[in-house]
Design a protein around this ligand. Structure first.
Ligand SMILES: [Zn+2]
Length: 463
């Protein structure tokens, strides 16, 4: 049995009572939390192999990013300042339609490196095309030490909403092959790496699947006992399309095809209406809120406080390299809070504690892992991050939650433990070769741009 004692810091437990414990300690045994409390109460067991002095640190559950595109890290900065459909058609799809398996693997490693270094321990990847190389990405996830849900794309139509046949040929997949591959990947990888890896269905958004295909996804997920994620009501076009094709609002249509349930995470939900919030709340589906992406693509602002009041489980997502353009969930928390205050002209909405719930326990609930992760409690998986708080922008240390949400950024994360294993110590990632990944990512993205013929158009001369 391996045992780690972390002591001396301020623990933001996120437990039922939301206790914040000053001079706290956490005892980890194997992959689980064995004890949490005041440092004076948590006794050192004789088999402690590693003692971490967390004096001046915040100790909290690892952050959970519920909307990530691993394969978009490689195309960061390649699709700025345009709206969603144009962004997909002219930049993202032609670039990703030229990916090979090595591009997919390196992009995933770059993305995971960034997530680990900014405190994310668990993520939900939403759309993996088979050309990105599912096995290579799953192997990288296993090696990284992270906890992740990998969703294999399922699609039937090469369009977005009413924009038919606009998808790059390299992105088109056959629905039967997609469905078969989800099952193959599920058999091979679901529950692998001591349960750190899960496999879900990644349904394409409206206009990308027939109603029949959505029904088959719902049946497949029920049969395998797994989850489904999908972009929903991200832009107004989603609403227009659902009304024109099905005479329904997007979430009403998804409910009709059996795809609203506890095992479903909808990304964005910007244009969902009150009657749709009620459907999601009643059926227990989650919405992954992605404020930076919605702002950058000018998609709109999701009604997050209203959805929370209706009882919808809202989690948080960074989305992708060309839509955010970073995978730093600490930065995303601040954005999520400030955006709603400005929209509603109400400083009371989306306070720091609410946002931290969204990034931790709500994320765990979205993934059906609320009994395993999302809080620092006895019996839960030891997914913990330590944030170095003795820095000018985090002093005074009067209000730990406020400092974390409003003042910190990803680079303040010092130590990351996932599944009881040390993944990052003193900002050095132990599981991935950072310098090799940075070099390969630069080389591969340059070649990818050349191969795809995509012109990103620099505004200023690059000499
Ligand atoms: Zn997305």
């Amino acid at each position: 049995m391996t045992s780690v004692l972390i002591s001396g810091g301020t623990i933001i437990t996120m437990d039922e009572h939301r206790r914040v414990i000053k001079d706290g300690a956490v005892l980890v045994q194997d992959d689980r939390i064995a004890h949490v409390g005041k440092a004076t109460e948590v006794t050192k067991t004789p088999n402690v192999e590693l003692e971490i002095d967390a004096e001046g640190m915040l100790i909290l559950p690892g952050l959970i990013d519920t909307h990530v595109h691993l394969a978009q890290a490689l195309i960061r900065g390649c699709a700025d300042d345009t709206s969603l459909v144009d962004w997909l058609q002219r930049f993202v799809w032609p670039l990703q339609g030229n990916f090979d398996g090595e591009d997919g693997r390196v992009s995933a490693e770059l993305c995971m490196l960034e997530m680990i270094k900014s405190g994310t321990t668990t993520f939900l990847e939403s759309l993996l095309h088979s050309r990105y190389g599912f096995d290579g990405i799953a192997e990288s996830l296993e090696k990284s030490g992270m906890r992740g849900v990998l969703s294999k794309t399922v699609m039937g139509l090469p369009g977005y909403g009413s924009e038919e046949s606009i998808m790059h040929p390299g992105m088109i997949e056959d629905p039967e092959t997609c469905l078969r591959e989800v099952e193959d990947h599920f058999k091979r990888w679901n529950g692998a790496a001591n349960g750190r890896i899960r496999v879900w269905y990644g349904a394409r958004s409206l206009g990308g699947c027939t109603p029949e295909l959505y029904k088959r996804i719902a049946h497949g997920a029920a049969r395998l006992g797994t989850g489904v994620t999908m972009h929903l009501s991200e832009v107004q076009e989603d609403v227009r399309y659902a009304q024109k094709q099905f005479s329904k609002m997007p979430a009403e249509f998804m409910d009709q095809v059996g795809l609203v349930g506890r095992n479903v995470v909808f990304a964005h939900g910007v244009w969902l209406t009150e009657s749709e919030w009620q459907i999601l709340a009643k059926k227990g589906a989650s919405v992954a809120h992605c404020p930076s992406s919605n702002m950058k693509l000018a998609s709109g602002i999701a009604s997050v406080p209203e959805m929370l009041r209706t009882g919808v489980n809202i989690s948080l997502g960074c989305d992708g390299g060309p839509s955010n353009n970073c995978y730093d969930l600490i930065r995303e928390m601040k954005t999520a809070s400030l955006l709603q205050k400005a929209r509603l002209l109400d400083p009371l909405v989306m306070d720091a504690p609410t946002v931290l719930e969204i990034a931790t326990i709500n994320g765990a609930t979205a993934l059906g892992l609320q009994k395993e992760i999302g809080t620092v409690e006895i019996g839960k998986k030891a997914d913990l991050i330590l944030v170095r708080a003795r820095k000018p922008h985090l002093i005074p240390d009067i209000n730990a939650v406020s400092n974390l949400v409003y003042s910190a950024h990803g680079e303040d994360v010092d130590t990351v433990i996932i599944d009881g294993k040390m993944v990052m110590e003193d900002r050095v990632v132990k599981t991935l070769d950072e310098s090799r990944i940075l070099r390969e990512a630069d080389e591969r993205s340059t070649k990818l741009l050349e191969r795809s013929g995509v012109e990103i158009g620099h505004k200023w001369p690059v000499v």
